[in-house]
Design a protein around this ligand. Structure first.
Ligand code: DX5
Ligand code: ZN
Length: 224
């Protein structure tokens, strides 16, 4: 499977946002991860649809923006993010009783974007099984969402293995506390896509770090 590395803009130097966005593409990342927080689903605020348009301005043509909606009402915003250039919309299965997961996936696909379904660290794999038919990727949070710079929760690893066994070709992404060591653990469990915020943006040479992360994850994934 294709190993994907996605730097999270949340950890960028916001005083130099244009240069930081360019740095992600120049460093050989596969996509940019854009974290959207609503102050309800998570106790924090971050970016808005216009941030997706801003990213697009500084990224090369066709470079994907992967937008993670940490919101109670992702259905009210998904289309706006797609119109502003997001290629993938990720939303949380914890909201499955409030929003229709399948209907939103259909709407996102109709707009030409990919669907990512997200599980918090304490949401079991079984919650995702009724929805795997409409997901292009599953994102397993390895921290409780809301803040960058938290520690990787290794208890999530068996869930990744369960999901990988259910579907050998699905993109399984991890997000939160990712560094060389934790990414290797997640890859060995069956993850093939890795969001990393603080770890990548603190690097002086982001390209070298992405190359090493990719090499380590490729080797570890082969053992999964
Ligand atoms: C957490 C966000 C993550 C965050 C990861 O709420 O969804 O994408 O940016 O940051 P690090 O890699 O620093 O844990
Ligand atoms: Zn995220």
């Amino acid at each position: 499977m294709q190993i994907q590395i996605l730097p999270s803009l949340l950890a960028a130097d916001l005083a130099n946002l244009g240069a930081e966005i360019r740095r992600v593409a120049d460093a050989g990342a596969d996509a940019l991860h854009l974290d959207i927080m609503d102050g309800h689903f998570v106790p924090n605020l971050s970016f808005a649809p216009d941030t997706s348009a801003l990213c697009k301005r500084y990224l090369p043509e066709g470079f994907p923006i992967n937008t993670h909606l940490m919101m109670t009402n992702p259905d009210a915003y998904a289309e706006r993010f797609i119109e502003k250039g997001s290629a993938t919309i990720q939303y949380h299965l914890e909201m499955r009783e409030q929003i229709d997961i399948h209907t939103l996936a259909t709407q996102i696909h109709a707009k030409g974007a990919r669907v990512g379904l997200v599980l918090n660290p304490d949401t079991p794999a079984e919650v995702a099984t009724p929805y795997l038919d409409c997901a292009d990727e599953i994102l397993c949070m390895t921290v409780f969402p809301g803040y960058g710079g938290q520690s990787f929760i290794a208890d999530v690893l068996p869930k990744i293995t369960t999901l990988r066994r259910l579907n050998p070709t699905l993109d399984i992404m991890v997000d939160g506390g990712v560094n060389f060591e934790t990414a290797e653990q997640a890859a060995a469990a069956g993850a093939n896509a890795f969001v990393a915020g603080s770890f990548l943006f603190k690097q002086i040479d982001m390209a070298a770090a992405i190359a090493e992360l990719r090499a380590r994850c490729t080797a570890a994934f082969a053992t999964a």
